[in-house]
Write a new protein. Structure first.
Length: 659
């Protein structure tokens, strides 16, 4: 191994000294030290490196070589000592100034190439130029020029995952020099290579030095050390070399980066491309995240659309009923008492003389807990209680609600004389209770009482719940509690208000106020309140779905950040700003959120259409729903990526490169 020459004498190994003389060192280090708590990997380094030199810093593993490289590359700051770059101290530069200086002046080659596996070689090599905002056309031309000089043209479009280790390392060298830096810092560039590829990388580094670029290599490889102009041994964190005021070196012939006013590329487009490439390079993770946002946004759209659709159906039915329907109670009935057929006929006779009257029936809503409907006598013990809609109804109510049955005369069987119980069931209700059809022996048990099923409702008519409804006649419901029967009157169109005023006078002329009359029109305000509350409930559920989507996405992206620390460290080493690193991750989250929101909007819309078709509803879909879906997906994705993006931006490249 070549010993370092004294700076006061001519070094016979100093190749090309006659090419130029540089009076001042490009790099001057004096008493440089770096401590991490009680550990001190670099204790004291003092040396000079001149422009155009090829210098090898050699030493065993753990001697502080990588720590020194991080300090020279402005990835870390020293605990003690001074570091002059081109005669200027760099110890107190701001982070922004250090980023800019690294981007312009320094190229890095690491032991691991740190390439994105799905990117073609030329795109990976252009990363430094992208960070400098060099226009795409110029990037391609400069990368092509470097690839030609290194003999890499044939693999220009080959994905990194298809390259050999040697090819990857030479592409990494191309990435380091394509920005035309004054200094190339290489950390064990041949550590993972075989002899043939080691020779190629050494040849490339020597040629680079011959062209005037300063090359500093951290190595314990004797082949690399022998090829260098001189070696600086690093032992126990210490390099001690006397410094002189002038040592011959080569003047740099490396071209400098384009000036700022020549850089016209759009950083946002580059960041979008990076984000999109990251998503496509990890398809399984991206698909899972897409499904998470699809469920969140789809639930929001489906819930919102169905709320509007159902509310619209209720509004239409109430509006329709308000034109020809009203309800009233008879105070002569005791609470829980069902009027007898004779009482019903008397009311029908009194009201039937009024102008506009069409039909009258009796109805009451029954709570499932009060009816305890099942297929077995001891339903409570065996479970299987029916929990759907249950209603007291006579033939008059079924007729005015236009409920059609199989058999057709089933509604008349609801008025059988005496105490003969009967029930009519909607199709869905019958299926849930295992009743195939109305036939002799088809029974359900209502509060312990056997009740024959005399008909199956086959047409919805004016009752939106007919398919899920169980209708009981007075004999089947008389023993149940908490009944509040009402008389329901069907009128000719436009007569509910007039009949509402006339009925109390006709039934109780001495005390008309004792008859409580309500038209369906009065329920429209209730519908608005119920619709608003339903909307709030759906919004709450949708918000929970979106929050879960955000948490899932944030976890996945956080894990992605941890797995991509080497890539992040490389970007930071090449001069990428923290906010740019963060923006790439935020754009990733936004893109996958937008895609999931779009897919969720389509899925939610299709769900609304399908459910509406199954229930014969008119779907209510606003043009704002797709925008809501896409917007909520994008916003949720951006929020989910915020914390991982901050973690990525704060990642210490020096720590990542040390590990």
């Amino acid at each position: 191994m070549t010993e370092p020459a004294s700076r006061g004498e001519a070094d016979p190994n100093m190749r090309g000294a006659a090419r130029g003389v540089s009076a001042d060192p490009l790099i001057r280090v004096k008493n440089l030290a770096r401590r991490f708590g009680s550990a001190e990997p670099l204790a004291n380094a003092t040396f000079d490196i001149y422009e155009g030199e090829f210098v090898a810093i050699v030493g065993p593993s753990g001697s502080g070589k990588t720590t020194l490289l991080n300090l020279l590359g402005l990835l870390d700051t020293p605990t003690e000592g001074t570091y002059l770059l081109r005669g200027k101290p760099v110890g107190h530069l701001s982070e922004r100034e250090r980023n800019a200086l690294r981007s312009r002046e320094i190229g890095f080659v690491f032991q691991s190439s740190n390439m994105v596996q799905t990117e073609p070689a030329y795109l990976g090599a252009s990363l430094g130029l992208r960070i400098q905002n060099v226009p795409p056309a110029e990037r391609y031309a400069r990368v092509s020029e470097v690839f030609d000089s290194l003999g890499l043209s044939r693999i220009r479009n080959t994905p990194a995952r298809s390259l050999s280790g040697g090819e990857r390392q030479r592409v990494a060298l191309a990435r380091a020099i394509v920005t035309r830096p004054r200094i190339v810092l290489a950390d064990e560039p041949t550590g993972n290579l075989d002899n043939e590829n080691t020779r190629k990388v050494i040849h490339d580094l020597k040629e680079l030095s011959d062209q005037g670029t300063t090359v500093v290599v951290i190595t314990h490889d004797e082949q690399v050390a022998a090829a260098a102009d001189r070696c600086l041994p690093l032992v126990d964190g210490t390099i001690a070399e006397p410094s002189t005021s002038a040592t011959p070196g080569r003047a740099s012939s490396a071209q400098q980066p384009a000036s700022e006013n020549q850089r016209k590329s759009a950083p946002l487009l580059d960041n979008l491309a990076d984000a999109a490439n990251s998503l496509t390079s990890r398809p399984v993770r991206s698909i899972l995240l897409l499904m998470v946002f699809l469920l969140g946004a789809g639930g929001l759209i489906a819930g919102t659309g169905l709320t509007h659709t159902a509310s619209n159906q209720i509004a239409e039915r109430l509006t329709e009923a308000a034109l020809d329907e009203l309800r009233f109670t008879d105070p002569s009935l005791k609470s829980g008492t069902i009027p007898t057929p004779e009482e019903v006929e008397g009311i029908r006779h009194a009201v039937g003389r009024l102008n506009g009257f069409v039909q009258l029936g009796v109805s009451a809503s029954i709570a499932p807990a009060d009816a305890r409907i099942g297929r077995l006598p001891d339903t409570d013990s065996h479970g299987g209680l029916y929990s759907g809609a249950i209603r007291l109804a006579d033939s008059g109510y079924l007729s005015l609600m236009e409920v059609r049955t199989v058999p057709a005369n089933a509604s008349q069987l609801m008025d059988l004389p005496g105490s003969v119980p009967a029930a009519i069931m909607g199709r869905s209700a019958a299926e849930r209770l295992g009743v195939a059809r109305a036939a002799p022996g088809a029974l359900i048990w209502v509060g312990g009482l056997p009740v024959p099923v005399v008909g199956i409702a086959s047409h919805a008519g004016r009752d939106a719940l007919v398919d899920q409804q169980v209708y009981l006649n007075a004999a089947a419901a008389r023993h149940l509690g908490n009944l509040h029967p009402q008389y329901v009157v069907r009128t000719t169109d436009g007569f509910p208000a007039a009949l509402g005023e006339a009925i109390p006078k006709a039934l109780a002329p001495g005390a008309p106020a004792s008859i409580s009359v309500g038209s369906v029109a009065d329920l429209r305000n209730l519908r608005l309140g119920v619709g608003a509350e339903l909307g709030l409930m759906i919004a709450g559920v949708s918000t929970v779905l979106l929050v879960l989507a955000a948490l899932t996405a944030a976890t996945a992206m956080y894990l992605s950040v941890q797995s991509r620390i080497p890539e992040i460290a490389l970007r930071r080493a090449l001069g990428m700003k923290k906010r740019t690193v963060a923006s790439i991750f935020i754009l990733e989250g936004t893109l996958i959120g937008l895609a999931g929101g779009l897919a969720g909007g389509v899925a939610g819309t299709l769900a609304v259409i399908a459910i509406s078709a199954a229930n014969a509803w008119e779907p209510v879909l606003s043009l704002s729903l797709p925008l809501l879906s896409i917007g909520s997906g994008g916003a949720t994705g951006a929020l989910a990526a915020l914390y991982p993006a901050l973690i990525a931006a704060r990642a210490d490249p020096a720590s990542a490169l040390r590990s």
